[in-house]
Design a protein around this ligand. Sequence first.
Ligand code: AHR
Length: 496
Amino acid sequence: MEIKVVFDPDRVTGQRDERIYGHFIEHFHNQIYGGIFNPGSPLSDEHGFRTDVLEAWKRIRPPVVRWPGGCFVSAYHWKDGVGPERQPHFDKAWRVEDTNEFGTDEFIALCRKLGTAPYICTNAGTGTPEEMSDWVEYCNLRTEGKWAKLRMANGHAEPHNVTYWSIGNENYLPGEMGAKTPEEWGRFVRESAKMMKRVDPSIELFAASVADLDWNIHLLREAGPFLDWLSIHGYWDPLWQDNRLSDYETCMLYTTRIENQIQTTRHILGVMGYLGKIRVAFDEWNLRGWHHPNVNTATDPKDYIGTRDLNDLDDSYTMADALFSACFLNLCLKHSDLVGMANYAPSVNTRGLIRTHENGIVLRPAYHVFDMYVNGLGDRVIDSWIAGNPSLSVRHGEASADIPVLDCSATLAGDSGEVRLSLINRHPEKAVKLRLQSRDGREAVKSWISLAADSKDAYNDKDNPERVRPVPIDGTLRNGGPVIELAPHSVNIIGM
Ligand code: AHR
């Protein structure tokens, strides 16, 4: 049977929210200190930000950046991180001293340089509703009250105007500082939301959530009227303790395990009457879980701090990361009515899109997927499907599973009426020939960018920074009609 990718430019199924191309940075390892914010580096600007990082980051047009955590935030007191005198504090999440040199005002300065919207996640672990609402005062009130006046005294006469505020981070997890029961969480979120909205009713509120009915019944019953977003997280390769990365084929299996979280959350919102009122922010996602072994048990720093350097090994981030990220973003497009924000975790260093080293940066394969999607796909999602999609059998432990070889999404670009397709070939070795069939009869392939590489395990590093990069392909038609061949383990953006 001939394989066909069929799409209908006249059937718009959704409007892509650009915030699905969002970002997350945390006070963890060298994401901020020694990464983005490195005043001592000759590559940094007058404010201490790495200019090469800023330049690469701006190229993928970040719509929103979430900060400061993550687990870090659940014992972080923001007032320690503003003003001329910064007292170091002991970061109980990651068991290191944080100088507090990078705080709210530095984060806002970073966002201004990136031209992006700040998104602040507040401390619902050891923090209080008042500490959260004080933070909103500091950022968003013009002059009223002590916290707005403190911001002004710190040299920021104008409000920071932070729209996005999350109450808490993963407080459903027993290991999170300030973990709470569903009953406690619903009430706590309501009281925090009341305080924050009283300061600035225009803010958009998120609350830490998980695809679990009991958790969300209490959360939505108590605080649903105050919420705009449910924050859910996803890491599929569980590397926090053991840094044995899953192989390419297993990672392709993981691409079939993303949608269930979205669907479960959709059904919960539906049954609770909030579908269409509260949207999903997948505000931490990455194929790879971060590696931070023994974080709560080790006594020797080399066993729980030194091991974090393993996150920075560039050969960990291959075509598996690129294809997983593309499949994830395709699902965000498919569920564009519900998923309005997604934040890659993290953007710089650790498992990030960009890795910094002393003399420059490495753009990892998933960075190029963001570049291709942000700059290559359109904003209106149109109906598309794959006829005759072959399947690939992959082993996972003792079991095996059949997964679809191809994945696709289709969009319309701006007013041009041009269709922009994302076509993914998951197969580790085989190219796939397929016909592109448009319901309106168009046939010309106007553009084709492919991220393929010479191996499924290919990666970029300091010595070979462009082994994996997008390359234009001559859209020469074969067999007389729009029949194309997708390289193995490739992400392709095609314009028609
Ligand atoms: O592994 C990093 C952690 O993953 C983040 O701090 C937290 O939000 C998530 O559980």
